[in-house]
Ligand binder design. Structure first.
Ligand code: HXC
Length: 231
């Protein structure tokens, strides 16, 4: 998503826990797009670290127009097999991390009349076993985004959610899913999702073409969510 908007002229700051990986990714993004990308180290569970990352970003670029809240933890575990701390960890990364990111950036988004995209999933639309932590966390994010849209709309701030379905070449899919062996013709559009599909949704939602779209969830799943198969 960041690469997509950089290809349309944006500079970017990317946030994560591990500075070496961030620095490498920032270099790759700059090289691929010809735009500036800076690493800004922070754990989204630590509000003061996020505030420092935002201060660095403002120092470098002077403003923030767009924010993507995408930090996520995930693993497969049943309710019975999951510790209280495991559930709390994912809630803290996904839901609290989103809230903390909003708190750290909102004054700047108000100033720029900017826009948020929060990254959710479609997993919680129906009960997905082994995903109770993520389902609860992402349902919270969908709700949080809608309230943000309504509260901050009068100040010109928009907030939407992108909810990817099965997307190939992602850490989530390779670690968590058995989609790898699935035939392309079993997807409604005849193929798995591409990273570019998600990037395109971000470019659209951040563009003026989406200036009257706020408080919405946009699944990018090629219709996967609606598909029923007879076993
Ligand atoms: C059960 C687990 C576990 C597992 C961690 N825990 N992994 N429990 N099964 N596989 C428990 C730990 O035992 C511990 O509880 C608690 O969670 C915290 O774990 P830590 O490792 O101490 O925390 P931390 O270092 O903060 O890392 C947590 C984590 C990491 C970020 C969730 O474990 C992780 O899974 N990282 C991968 C992130 C990832 O894949 N992101 C992509 C998401 S994509 P106890 O009780 O022992 O203290 C996505 C799309 C889904 O979500 C698409 C699916 C098709």
């Amino acid at each position: 998503m960041t690469e997509g908007i950089m290809r349309h002229g944006a500079s970017a700051a990317i946030v994560g826990r591990k500075l070496d990986r961030l620095t490498e990714s920032a270099k790759e993004l700059s090289q691929a797009t010809g735009q500036t990308c800076m690493p800004a180290q922070a754990d989204v569970r630590q509000p003061h670290q996020l505030k420092e990352a935002v201060a660095k970003t403002i120092e470098k670029f002077g403003r923030i127009d767009f924010v993507i809240c995408g930090a996520a933890g995930n693993f497969l575990a049943t309710i019975d097999g999951m510790s209280e701390n495991a559930f709390k960890t994912v809630m803290e990364i996904d839901t609290m991390g989103t809230f903390n990111t909003i708190k750290a950036t909102l004054p700047h988004l108000r100033a720029s009349r900017g826009a948020y995209i929060h990254v959710s999933t479609t997993l919680h639309y129906k009960a997905t076993p082994y995903q109770v932590h993520v389902s609860a966390a992402k349902a919270g994010i969908d709700a949080l985004s809608a309230v943000l849209a309504v509260e901050e709309g009068p100040r010109g701030v928009r907030s939407n959610v992108v909810a990817p379905g099965p997307i190939g070449n992602t850490e989530g899919m390779s670690r968590l899913s058995n989609q790898a062996g699935r035939k392309d013709n079993s997807y409604p559009l005849g193929r798995i999702g591409h990273l570019q599909d998600v990037a395109n949704a971000a470019v659209f939602l951040f563009s003026d073409a989406a200036s009257y779209i706020s408080g919405q969830v946009l699944p990018v799943d090629g219709g996967w969510e609606h598909m029923r198969t007879f076993q």
